[in-house]
Write a protein that binds this ligand. Sequence first.
Ligand SMILES: NC(=O)c1ccc[n+]([C@@H]2O[C@H](COP(=O)([O-])OP(=O)(O)OC[C@H]3O[C@@H](n4cnc5c(N)ncnc54)[C@H](O)[C@@H]3O)[C@@H](O)[C@H]2O)c1
Length: 309
Amino acid sequence: MARNKVTVIGAGNVGATTAQRIAEAGLADVVLVDIVEGLPQGKGLDMAEAAPVVLHDARITGTNDYAETADSDVIVVTSGLARQPGMSRDDLLTKNAGIVRAVVEQAAKASPDAIIVVVTNPLDAMCHVAMDASGFPRERVIGMAGVLDSARFRTFIAQELGVSVEDTHAFVLGGHGDTMVPLSRYSTVAGVPITELLPADRVRALEERTANGGAEVVALLKTGSAFYAPAAGVFEMVESILLDRKRVLPCAVMLRGEFGIDGLFVGVPVVLGRAGMERVFEIDLTDEERSAFQRSAEAVRELVAVLDR
Ligand SMILES: NC(=O)c1ccc[n+]([C@@H]2O[C@H](COP(=O)([O-])OP(=O)(O)OC[C@H]3O[C@@H](n4cnc5c(N)ncnc54)[C@H](O)[C@@H]3O)[C@@H](O)[C@H]2O)c1
């Protein structure tokens, strides 16, 4: 049986680290694509030369040509610009929308049956662009953000309580950004909600640190943004899809009435399997949680409106 094939578009920090994780786990052959000549080829060759030491047989190659991405099972989209000094949020939005549209049109044509995992920011808005540019159904266009946000929440919970990360579980809903909604009631250590293990002010502090998790790393790095944890998040999604694991993971998907939202990509728990997003996993929200979720969805709606102008 042929090995699965994953195309990773954007050979920058997130893209290259994702490619490395996928290849080194032997999960799939990887084609790394970038607009910069030599960059994906160089990184691909370098990673291939690590294979005899780390011991895997996945093929990893780099290219600037979408012909080599043909018949991929999964397409991961990380290409985009970081916000430069003097560039407005809307400028970044329209520039990255142009990049995501161009790369998705080419990649989707080469792999019409693939599942697209979007990473480029602003995440939820870029999912809209990818769905439109590919013409794929909503089951096959999925955004990565919630897995990262909940991994951050789990890290902080484990550190706070001095327990293994393995025994933590965290739930984060909503758009990727400072309006995200960490759901502490459903966030647990060994099945016990953290609201029963920590005082309310500490729970609040962990929620806020999670919502600002990206900015905290950016402030430390000074240039660039997080990529190790984001790449781990993409890997978890790609693995659940390719191995048909049916993991329940928070992902940005196009809602069609679920959670009271219609026609918007927002982060919710979904079942991920070989068909992509196989089911939205609906849960009951309190009034307070529901209004925080709706505020978060509203922030996504505003970004999408800028794109439609
Ligand atoms: N969703 C999330 O949770 C999350 C987390 C981290 C980063 N991100 C986002 O992921 C994106 C990538 O981040 P990064 O740190 O890897 O950035 P990076 O600058 O290291 O890499 C981006 C790469 O995209 C390439 N690129 C630009 N235009 C292209 C095009 N038209 N075709 C092909 N490649 C092109 C660039 O050459 C560069 O190599 C950013 O938008 C970032 O904000 C999202």
